[in-house]
Structures are given as structure tokens and as C-alpha cells.
Design a protein around this ligand. Structure first.
Ligand code: ACO
Ligand SMILES: O=CC(=O)O
Ligand code: MG
Length: 353
């Protein structure tokens, strides 16, 4: 662990200085595409302006035989990148794979000038981040980059969850964490075969009416991921970085996808992965605050004056704490409206807001 004094020093001679603050760029959806698939690569110019983050995926989902083609496709996309308002990320292969080192070298040396974030899968502890951190610094120096590439870790091992706070604090490069429910379920030996989402067997049952064990009783499905998301949010926020829900594999079940994304949004996540074009709109809708909530937040902030004390508004108590909640809602809406003029209209923001 570096001393606090050295934390913001570059890790290689000639590497750019680490950022003091991770930018809060809108990232409602991290849209995955497989760069080994020429058809999908050809769609990048159309899809890139419609998403907050476009990610060229080199890891799971790309067959072992296509790993080099995927790397070449990523570089092709990076060399032609012409959508500076959209972030460009890649997910490299895991650090124990035969591909990770070549992925990192190619990504930084060939297209490091347009690459915003490297997503690192299956992170088990801060040592994995330290390894990537130093390597990135060496490669940035070699490539002559003038801004640091950030790191996003996927939380998808039990060891990673147990050390989530250390992972978040491991480097000033840390941008955020995504939940990886598929690998996490496998690693934990959970008995679900789904990629994210709930499970009908994970439920609570209402008590029997009058003790009648034969009478029908309501059941309520629970969220398998609540504990992990809540831990991830606390670890991220306390380190000034951003939490994301990961993949929802049941592409056809758009309703359950929306519910899962909304649970994550309500708990503090800023975005989720979209694996298919149909999930882009879902993430956009869910991770943009509802105009009704934004209007309410504005009313409370106005009514609260300097933001201290307690008042009654529509029969409810508002005070210093609730005004802070309202500011979170309004600041999120303003940041998104700057990127998205349709949202600015929906929220009724003028240019001066
Ligand atoms: C657990 C994890 O690690 S999750 C992350 C790893 N997995 C991934 O990244 C998967 C990414 N998604 C995909 O590869 C694809 O969406 C698949 C394989 C799941 C489904 O693909 P398809 O069978 O082609 O789906 P479908 O027929 O519904 O696609 C409709 C159109 O959207 C396109 N499309 C599908 N997914 C994407 C995508 N991620 N990005 C851009 N376009 C896409 C298809 O090419 C197709 O285009 P067309 O109408 O011009 O032919
Ligand atoms: O990589 C994502 C996952 O769910 O596993
Ligand atoms: Mg995974």
C-alpha cells in the first residue's frame, strides 16, 4: 500500500498524474458489444451517439478462438472513434488468463488516447488493481498519453466482495465497480443459473391466517443481489467512485430488467450494462430521475431557503436531510440534462439552470 503522500504520484516516469477526483460523467448504460463480430463493429457509428458508454468486450462472451479478432476489432473501432461525448471503455480478459497482458498493451499503446476506462473482471483484492495500475502507468508513459486511463472493477468473486472497500481504495485510477452476478453466483456456489435478476425460489411466505397451514398464503420474491449491491454502493461512495448494476441476461423480459435496474438506481447505482439494443432505452429511462421527482426536489429546495430547519410541505416534514436528498436528485438531473437536451425539456430546465 502506498503512503498517503505518494497516493497521487504517477507510478512510472513520464506517466500522466492521477486525477484527484473521478469525473461524474453520465453513464446510465455501459453498452457491451463484441468487437470480434464484424457486423456489430459496423454498427458502432450508429450506436455510439445513443449511449453514454460504449464498451468493447474482450472477455467472457467472446469465444477463445476469437480473442485476437476481438482485440483487432477494438483497435479498429478506437482508431475511427469520432464520438467524444460518449465514453469509450474496454473490458479486458481476467488477469489469470493468457490474454490480459496483450489486451492491456494493445489497448493503451494503440488507442490509449481515446480510451477512457479499462474494466477489469474477477478482481479479488487490491493487489489486482495495483498490478493493473503500475502496468497502465508504464504503458501510458510509453504511449506518451497526457491523461490517465481509469479502472473499473467487476465484483464477481466472493473474495472480491469480502475486500470490496480495499479494492475501491486501491488506486486513484478507480472509477467504479459493477456487480457481476453471473460469475459471482458461480464463485459463491449459489444455486441459480440466471445472469442477474431474481429467482422464484428466493422468497418469503406470509404467516398462516389463524394458524391454518393448509390455507393458501402469499409469497413475495426477494432480491438475490440486495446485500451485494448495498455493500458495493457503500464501498464506492465512501471512496468517491461509482457503483453500477451489471448484466441482465433475460433479454426478452424487459419488465424484470427494468425492475432490477430500478432497484439498483434506488439503492444508489448510477447505471447498468446493456447487452442488447433493447436494454439501452430501459437503462436510459430508469437511471434518469423521473420528472415528477425532479419537480418535487426543486420545490423542497426552494421552500427550504438556506437548507436548514424543518417545514411542512404537503403534509410531510422536510428538513436539512431531506433537502440533501433533493439536491442529489436535482444534481443528477442537471448533469444528465446537459448531455441530453430531450431530458432538459422534460425537466423544464432552461439554459441558466
Ligand atoms: C455475464 C457477462 O459477462 S455479460 C457480458 C458478456 N456478454 C455480452 O457482451 C453479450 C452482448 N450481446 C450480444 O452478443 C447479443 O446481444 C446476443 C448474442 C446476446 C444476442 O444477439 P442476437 O441473437 O443477434 O440478438 P437479436 O437478433 O435480438 O439482435 C437484434 C439486432 O441487434 C443487434 N445487436 C444485438 N446485440 C447487440 C449489441 N450488444 N450491440 C449492438 N447491436 C446488437 C443484432 O446484431 C441484430 O442486428 P440486425 O437486426 O441488424 O441483424
Ligand atoms: O461479468 C459479469 C458477470 O455477471 O459475470
Ligand atoms: Mg463475469
Amino acid at each position: 500500500m502506498r503512503s498517503p503522500k505518494d497516493f497521487f504520484r504517477p507510478l512510472a516516469v513520464g506517466a500522466p498524474a492521477p486525477l484527484r477526483e473521478v469525473p461524474a460523467n453520465p453513464s446510465r448504460m455501459i453498452h457491451f458489444f463484441p468487437p470480434s463480430n464484424a457486423k456489430m463493429v459496423a454498427k458502432v457509428p450508429d450506436i455510439a451517439p445513443t449511449v453514454d458508454v460504449l464498451l468493447g468486450n474482450l472477455e467472457d462472451g467472446v469465444p477463445a478462438t476469437d480473442k485476437e479478432a476481438a482485440r483487432a476489432g477494438l483497435i479498429e473501432v478506437g482508431k475511427k472513434w469520432s464520438t467524444p461525448d460518449t465514453q469509450f471503455w474496454t473490458r479486458i480478459n481476467s488477469l489469470d488468463s493468457p490474454w490480459a497482458l496483450d489486451d492491456l498493451q494493445a489497448a493503451v499503446l494503440e488507442i490509449g488516447d481515446v480510451l477512457d476506462v479499462v474494466m477489469v473482471p474477477k478482481v479479488e483484492g487490491p493487489e489486482d488493481i495495483h498490478y493493473v495500475d503500475r502496468l497502465l502507468a508504464q504503458l501510458e508513459a510509453k504511449a506518451g498519453l497526457d491523461r490517465p486511463i481509469l479502472v473499473h472493477a467487476i465484483l464477481e468473486t466472493a473474495a472480491g466482495v469480502a475486500r470490496v472497500e480495499e479494492i475501491c481504495a486501491a488506486s486513484p485510477r478507480m472509477q467504479g465497480l459493477s456487480l457481476g452476478p453471473a460469475d459471482l453466483a458461480a464463485n459463491r456456489r449459489m444455486k441459480t443459473t440466471r445472469v442477474g435478476g431474481g429467482h422464484p425460489g428466493y422468497l418469503v411466505r406470509a404467516d398462516p391466517e389463524g394458524g391454518d397451514l393448509e390455507a393458501p398464503r402469499a409469497t413475495y420474491q426477494q432480491d438475490l443481489w440486495h446485500y451485494t449491491i448495498a455493500r458495493m454502493v457503500d464501498a464506492c461512495v465512501s471512496n468517491g467512485i461509482f457503483p453500477y448494476y451489471g448484466p441482465f441476461g433475460d433479454i426478452k423480459d424487459v419488465q424484470a430488467c427494468e425492475d432490477q435496474f430500478r432497484n439498483a438506481f434506488l439503492l444508489g447505482c448510477v447505471g447498468a450494462w446493456s447487452l442488447h439494443p433493447v436494454q439501452i432505452g430501459i437503462a436510459k429511462k430508469v437511471f434518469s430521475p423521473d420528472p415528477k421527482d425532479v419537480a418535487h426536489a426543486q420545490r423542497v429546495i426552494e421552500a427550504m431557503g438556506d437548507g436548514t430547519g424543518a417545514i411542512m410541505l404537503d403534509g410531510k416534514m422536510e428538513d436539512d436531510a431531506s433537502v440533501k436528498q433533493c439536491r442529489v436528485m436535482l444534481e443528477t438531473a442537471k448533469a444528465l440534462a446537459e448531455r441530453d437536451p430531450e431530458l432538459a425539456d422534460l425537466y423544464g430546465f432552461s439554459k441558466e439552470d
